[in-house]
Every structure is written in structure tokens, then in C-alpha cells.
Design a protein. Structure first.
Length: 308
């Protein structure tokens, strides 16, 4: 039999642990004595303390020696209702996260992320264990009912005790079925919340991608407009640069005009201008080509590094 137990953790970790106890009972109808073996996950469990206390009593139906099924009833009574608190805790966790997901607005900043989805998946994993656990518990209750009926057939238990025990076991069976249904209900809620959260995150990612695409398109439009502006500036520069060069050249003191408007070279050092201007122009152009080639090589190396 598996049952939940509060482990006392207060540091934000899961406060519940799943324990397991094993029970063996053999009843001798001739001597009306029982052999009871119980394997507990730790010392001094609640059921162990309760059974030891009852073994010291001699009070009719409360005496397990006169009512062999009572030992099984004690184990059920001490642990069965723990499942209610256990599921209430995880249902509260589901409600907290579902409230955040349901109230989310796509156009605003989301209050959850993939870590919230991971929390829901962990919660789902915890709840997935419950249906088979409850199914096993229901089977154990049915075995106790069969055991109780067989004791009456052998005359080892009074009719009143057998009837009372059967009613208690049937009540426990109904409770276990209700818990199983509730666990399935909470599990479906967790799955629905996880699916809604996943869909919301996908929608948010799509919206973000669309916004990026729109901004990229706007940047491309601006780049096209800037390119057109640059072309206009280039054409204007090409139109005015030759005239500006001629005006600058003839505006220097290397040339002069007489009273008749005749243009003459007034200095023999005109070659210095060309000797400086031409190498400087070639050096500037060479530096630009070197920087351009360096940038292209760096881009290729980065691309190869990403592929590796």
C-alpha cells in the first residue's frame, strides 16, 4: 500500500513524499491466532503506534485479536485520508498557475515562461502516479473484504463484527474510487493548463517574429531610401567634382593671367602638387581596399566557425 506523507520541508521543495508499507497477515482458524508482519518505511509510523496501542486493550471489537480484519482497517484509516490533503496541495498549485495563464494578454508582457511549463510537467508527473496507486489500493480493499467474508464462513468472527467491518471496507472502497476520480480530474486540468500555456507561448513567439519581420521590412525600406539618396549625392558629386578640381587647380598661385587674359604658368614647381596628390590618392584607395578585404575575410571565418 502506498500513501503520501508530509516530509516537513519548508525550503520551497516538494513537502510531500510517497511512502510504501507492506502487510502480511495469516489467520489460523483452529487456534484463532494471527501472524501479522508489517514492513514500514521508517520507525514508529502512525499505523504501527496505533496497532501497538490496540494490542494492549481487551475491549471487544477494539481488540484486534478478536477481530482479525481490524489490523487492515487500522492501516487504511491512518493513511487513506492523507490523499485528500495531498491532492488538495497539488490542485492549489495548479489553480495558482492556471490563474496566471488564463489571465495572460498576448500584447502585454507574459508573467510566465518555459520554466512555468516545466513546473506543470513535473506536477503532471506526480499526478500520473495516482490512478495506478488507487487501483492497487482498491484491489487491496477487495482482498480485505474477501478475507472478512471467509472468516464468517469459518465462524471465526461474529455476524455483528463481520457486518460492521464490511461496511467500513465498503466505505473505504468508495473513498478510494472518489480519490481516483478526483486525481484524474486534476490531472486533466494540469494537462489543459500546460497545453494553454504552450499555445500562449507559441502565439507570443509568432507575434514577436511578426514584429521583427515588420521592423526588418521598415529598415529595408529605409535602406532603399538611403541608397537612393546616396546615388543622388554621388551623381551630384560626379557632376561638380571635375569643375571643382579645375577651379581649385587654376585658383592656385601656380597660374597667372596678364592684362590680355592670357593664362601662363607662373611657377616651375607645379609638379610638386601632382607628386603629392597622386600618391596620397593611391594610398587612400589602397587603404580602403585593404580594410574591405579584411572585413570580408573576417566574415568568412565567422561563417565557417558557426557551421562547425
Amino acid at each position: 500500500m502506498k500513501y503520501p506523507e508530509n516530509n516537513g520541508r519548508i525550503d520551497g521543495a516538494d513537502p510531500w513524499s510517497i511512502r510504501q508499507t507492506g502487510v502480511y497477515q495469516s489467520f489460523d482458524t483452529a487456534t484463532k491466532t494471527s501472524i501479522w508482519i508489517q514492513l514500514n518505511p521508517r520507525e514508529n509510523t502512525a499505523a504501527e503506534i496505533r496497532i501497538k496501542g490496540l494490542l494492549n486493550t481487551q475491549d471487544g471489537f477494539s481488540d484486534p485479536r478478536g477481530q482479525p480484519p481490524l489490523l487492515g482497517l487500522i492501516v487504511l484509516s491512518m493513511y487513506l485520508n492523507n490523499w485528500r490533503t495531498y491532492m488538495a496541495y497539488y490542485e492549489k498549485e495548479e489553480l495558482r498557475m492556471s490563474g496566471i495563464v488564463i489571465s495572460a494578454v498576448i500584447d502585454e508582457k507574459l508573467q510566465f515562461s518555459h520554466s512555468t511549463l516545466s513546473q506543470l510537467r513535473r506536477l503532471e508527473a506526480r499526478l500520473l502516479l495516482l490512478p495506478p496507486i488507487f487501483q492497487s489500493l482498491i484491489q487491496a480493499i477487495h482482498l480485505l473484504q474477501t478475507f472478512n467474508e471467509s472468516l464468517q464462513d469459518y465462524g471465526s468472527i461474529c455476524d455483528e463484527g463481520q457486518k460492521a467491518t464490511q461496511e467500513i471496507l465498503q466505505n473505504y472502497n468508495n473513498i478510494a474510487i472518489a480519490y481516483s476520480q478526483n486525481a484524474t480530474f486534476i490531472l486533466n486540468k494540469v494537462r489543459g493548463t500546460a497545453q494553454l500555456l504552450s499555445d500562449t507561448l507559441n502565439s507570443k513567439h509568432q507575434q514577436t517574429s511578426q514584429t521583427i519581420s515588420e521592423n526588418t521590412l521598415a529598415l529595408n525600406d529605409m535602406a532603399v531610401k538611403d541608397s537612393a539618396t546616396i546615388r543622388v549625392i554621388t551623381v551630384v558629386t560626379l557632376l561638380f567634382l571635375p569643375a571643382q578640381f579645375i577651379a581649385t587647380l587654376f585658383g592656385m598661385q601656380f597660374f597667372s593671367t596678364d592684362s590680355l587674359g592670357t593664362l601662363t604658368v607662373s611657377s616651375s614647381s607645379l609638379w610638386i602638387f601632382f607628386a603629392i596628390a597622386i600618391p596620397f590618392t593611391l594610398a587612400t584607395f589602397g587603404y580602403w581596399k585593404w580594410m574591405d578585404r579584411k572585413q570580408r575575410l573576417k566574415a568568412k571565418l565567422d561563417e565557417l566557425g558557426q557551421k562547425r
